[in-house]
Design a protein around this ligand. Structure first.
Ligand code: ADP
Ligand code: MG
Length: 468
């Protein structure tokens, strides 16, 4: 499966074409996780309290937000970035200039201690759109009424924990009070000591919490969310399957009607899919599960109720076709992928109406999810996603003392197949199911029907999920 496909793209953000082109030129081909989590709420004007390790691209995470709000015709200071040290301030200023290469008259000024204040006051007289600096000197310049903050729109605390370590709390507090109340405040910090919570309570307004902690055991499930409109939802499932080509996918719907509609859509697109729903007789349910577990069906469509108790290893992907309103159910759904040692995908499709459910899940887990664009609709011929196996049903099961060895023996003996071409064998009361490589399915059916299993002739049939 391709990973690059669902890296979050800058193009999903409300940024100008010039800005996007510049990002591409800088080699920023996709957003880093902290950018993907903080840019959407940040660009929407929300205050942020964000946590991520060094080197994760935090500068662009706040830089693109503050740049998007600048009015370049106005030479007053509109954004202020507080940094703990002169070196960091220089780095931030440099990154901001890189991000804004296409904004011709943009002026970014660094104002730190260790440089004569006089020269800085002169620079300020010429005007600057963005000021980056250390708290002590910035406060000094505010007191001298050289740095004026009435036009300020964005206030950024970068490396806030380090600023607190360096004893800047009082200076930061005074600077924040000198800023207009009507502003956006973005706080970035690698750790969350008490002082950060205090800063946040004092100066941030209903901040969106963006925490991207390194997990102890990095989760093997990669969750990606997609915004969809109601009418494109079912086709979106097909697009994701075409793009990522998982061998086995469990697709969860909230209702039975949705299951039915999705099954019809997938079949229309040529996928081998089956649905699990409450109306199936036990034997039908078994057959659906056996085919899915035997890798003979690409997609199993189910409601939460129908999927209860399902335990299938080797599931490459779970798709939340609808978002569940219950965070616990969401966890349960996606916990079915990424088992064994494999990495699993969890794709979720959310309509505008469902965003609230997504937020609820994020809150319950203290995370921010990654959003991506749906893969583009294919124009040329598509390669159909075909399951690697097909399942044969042999009449005769435990009652008839059928054992897996008997079936394997029949297929590898006179029928002439290799053991590698035979997959899962499942035996229940009256039937035996055997998965075989899809390419040999019809031939295996023929050989088994004509030959003998356990010394007897048997009735064999190929199950539903067959190639069309
Ligand atoms: P942090 O503040 O988290 O320590 P920086 O903002 O300094 O991280 O970014 C670290 C490096 O990653 C910088 O060299 C920056 O240019 C680069 N960078 C940031 N965002 C991206 C991106 N989306 N793609 C590629 N490189 C990036
Ligand atoms: Mg940084």
């Amino acid at each position: 499966m391709e990973q690059s496909a669902s890296e979050p793209q800058f193009s999903s953000l409300p940024l100008s074409p010039a800005r996007l082109a510049n990002l591409a030129q800088l080699g920023y081909s996709s957003m880093t996780p902290i950018q993907a989590a903080s840019l959407p709420p940040g660009l929407a004007g929300r205050d942020l309290i964000a946590q991520a390790k060094t080197g994760s691209g935090k500068t662009a995470a706040f830089g693109l937000v503050l740049l998007s709000k600048l009015d370049l015709r106005n030479t007053n200071v509109q954004a202020l970035v507080l940094c703990p040290t002169r070196e960091l301030a220089e780095q931030v200023a440099q990154e901001l200039r890189r991000l804004a290469r296409t904004d011709e008259n943009l002026k970014v000024l660094t104002l730190c201690g260790g440089t004569p204040a006089r020269a800085q006051m002169t620079s300020l007289e010429y005007g600057a759109h963005v000021v980056v600096g250390t708290p002590g000197r910035l406060l000094d310049l505010v007191r001298r009424e050289s740095l004026k903050l009435d036009a300020l729109r964005t206030l950024v605390f970068d490396e806030a924990d380090r600023m607190l370590d360096m004893g800047f709390y009082d200076d930061i507090e005074k600077l924040a009070r000198a800023c207009p109340a009507e502003r956006q405040t973005l706080l970035f910090s690698a750790t969350y000591p008490d002082g950060i919570a205090q800063l946040s309570r004092q100066f941030l307004r209903e901040p969106v919490d963006v925490k991207l902690l390194e997990q102890h055991a990095p989760t093997k499930i990669r969750q990606v969310f997609y915004k969809v409109d109601e009418e494109e939802r079912l086709d979106a499932v097909a697009l994701l399957l075409d793009k990522h080509r998982p061998v086995s996918t469990l697709a969860f719907c909230n209702t039975r009607e949705q299951c039915r509609d999705l099954l019809a859509t997938l079949e229309a697109h040529g996928f081998v899919a089956l649905a699990l729903h409450g109306e199936l007789e036990q034997i039908e349910r078994d057959q659906v599960l056996v085919q899915f577990a035997g890798r003979s069906c690409s997609v199993l469509v189910a409601t939460d109720v129908a999927a209860r108790g399902l335990d299938i290893a080797e599931l490459e992907a779970v798709i939340n076709v609808d978002i569940t309103p219950d965070p616990k159910v969401h966890t349960h759904r996606i916990g079915r992928t990424g088992r064994v040692d494999a990495e699993g995908w969890a794709f979720s499709l959310a309509s505008r109406r469902e965003r609230i459910f997504v937020e609820r899940i994020e809150e319950a887990h203290g995370v921010k999810f990654e959003w991506a664009n749906l893969p583009p609709r294919r124009t040329g011929a598509r390669t159909p996603l075909v399951p690697p196996m097909a399942t044969l049903q042999i009449l005769g099961g435990r009652r008839e003392k059928m054992r897996a060895g008997d079936v394997l023996g029949a297929l590898t003996g006179s029928a002439g197949f290799s053991a590698g071409q035979v997959g899962k064998i499942h035996i229940n009361e009256h039937s035996t199911y055997v998965a075989v490589e899809r390419s040999i399915a019809r031939l295996a059916l023929q050989k088994l029907s004509q030959g003998k299993v356990k010394g007897r002739t048997v009735k064999v049939r190929l199950l539903d999920a067959t190639p069309r």
